[in-house]
Ligand binder design. Sequence first.
Ligand code: GLU
Length: 503
Amino acid sequence: MEIATKLPGKIRDRYAPSPTGLQHIGGIRTALFNYLFARSSGGKFILRLEDTDRARFDERFVQNLYDTFAWLGIRWDEGPDAGGPAAPYVQSKRTAGYQQYAEELLAAGRAYPCFCSAERLDEIRREREAAHSGETGYDRRCREIPAEEAARQIAAGEPHTIRLKIPLGETTRFRDYLLGDVEWKNNDVNPDPVLLKSDGFPTYHLANVVDDHLMGISHVLRAQEWLSSTPLHVIMYRAFGWEHPEFCHLPMVMGQDGKKLSKRHGATSIDEFRRQGYLPEALINYVALLGCSWEEGKDFYTLEELAERFSLDKLNKAPGVFDYKKLEWYNGQYIRAKTSGELAELALPWAVEAGLFNNGAKGAGPSAEERERFAAAMPLIRERLTLLGEVPGKLGYLFAAPPVPPAEEFFPKKADRSQTAALLRLGRGLVEALAAATDDEAAEQIVKAAAEKEGVKPGDLLMPLRVAVTGARVSPPLFGSIRLLGAQASGERVDRALAALSV
Ligand code: GLU
């Protein structure tokens, strides 16, 4: 397999996920910042699949990655599906190259073969745990095997890994864009990590460094949890004689309790947010705020606006705190910016799934008339909507007559059953006029005039009518609902309620 050699200059950054889980907030934040950085600097944004952990790999996570980013509208310039000059962009298709580079380090004395068995490594770990020694990682036993002896063992076909020979007694220094100068005593970094496994597959460290180099990555923007790997990587770049990319470790994303954002805090996978009915624009807008400062007084940004404005200077050192309420607020705002047609289109899958149409047949699409009513109902709920997933719950009463609630539900304050029935009879008399009213104002006039004439409060007149028509004391606007349902259906509901109240 041919592997492209280092590509020339310019800004090139990448999102390099391991397809071992669903895409989550932290991942898309990393991807977004890389995307924005490339876009804002005329560079290239690359997707690379780091699929060397074959035990945890699952094709469905690759599909989830593609689906998520297609939904978010974030595209890469180069990647497994898009192709590009550094193809292939999938590490499992580049294994021959990693072996070659591991051997290069071996030949240069910067790496060594390790013949320790998995059982021995387990044993070391157990002994150390029992002794509470605090030491972790490999004990470097094979580092001392003379080269000829190691070569003999390899020739005899003994299974082995290849480990990085960390130069002991030295300090590794590098600059991080956000954290400034970082230094790490080599004796404190992960002791001689494995670069190539015994099955010939590279570990994250080897594959990541080799690919960043071969793909000409100029900037590595990644989550801060990778910071402890960076000294190792810098040691490897130097061992290869390569220049390392610029590093920028992004601030952590925390929950409100100051702990790393996790499932304990709420949804983290993008699928889950999507299922609840978040809009991609809202998610992007909100995630862009996590650990990044934008303009005072401007809350809303499209992806294009973010890309125009992004710079590394806007990143914060302090962690970003994930606020579910704030995200909900953004979603509500983006929902309000949609036209009724757009909103109906977006919410339709939830309504179909909930069985809103076709007499409650789950999964059934709407008839032409139902579809029209659904779109016409959007103005009734848009102002209070935060998630698309709430739509069927709010609109069910427009597609099937709700069960008649218990009598007390109908009672306005201080009214008893017979007074309520009288009020509802009054309301019944208005249904035709209300259904024919041109707008809310006209409907209000009708109710006001009737209330005045009968000497009752308009609110008291409306409460039982609302419960009869919508099935609940709290509902989307009543007048709009009556207009949508029409005089006949609304009237029938009131008649049913009157019958129940008069028992
Ligand atoms: N494969 C690593 C991950 O899953 C990539 C880390 C990096 O960007 O170097 O996040």
